[in-house]
Ligand binder design. Sequence first.
Ligand code: C5P
Ligand code: MG
Length: 192
Amino acid sequence: MINLILFGPPGSGKGTQAAKLVEKYGLLHISTGDLFRYEMGNDTPLGLEAKSYIEKGELVPDSVTVGMLRNKVEANPDVEGYIFDGFPRTIPQAEALDRLLAEKNDAVSKLIMLDVADNELVKRLLVRGKTSGRKDDSDESIIRNRIEVYKSETSPVFDYYAAKGQAVKVDGIGSIDEIFSRLCAEIDPLQS
Ligand code: C5P
Ligand code: MG
């Protein structure tokens, strides 16, 4: 199995690249943000709870996010591996993911961070907000809050996996295909 964490700040291109990686490697793409938006779109209790955080650019509490992620993984046991996009976003989420995979006698293969500077992120998200219909993409102060939350709560997850020799950074600036090639150069060696 290849269990990949596609990591990076909001707007760094995780979703875009995940879609291409799924095609090439046949992994299951799990985006916790997409899962939340699906729940919000259906006005489920989970969606309503998540919405209050997401619309401020804050993180949904770990227990809620981890429970949702676990359900998705357990509903799809027979896959070649997973691409985790937007998860883990905190150290407790990373610990929970490690435990969940360990229960399956498995582990994270690699964390790949897409490295993009703040100003570029804000630009990309404002452009995306014109068509994504996402409230959290259309307000610059919410976008900046998401970037701050990434720095304070999420970036330690990089160090957590780096300490285990499992984290790498890839330049997230360039064309979609250029960035994809950089990712493939990190993933190909994981295939056995
Ligand atoms: O990953 P994405 O940018 O689509 O996530 C959108 C929002 O969903 C985040 O800004 C955050 O409010 C929420 N989220 C979260 N915890 C996660 C993933 C997403 O709170 N692990
Ligand atoms: Mg995304």
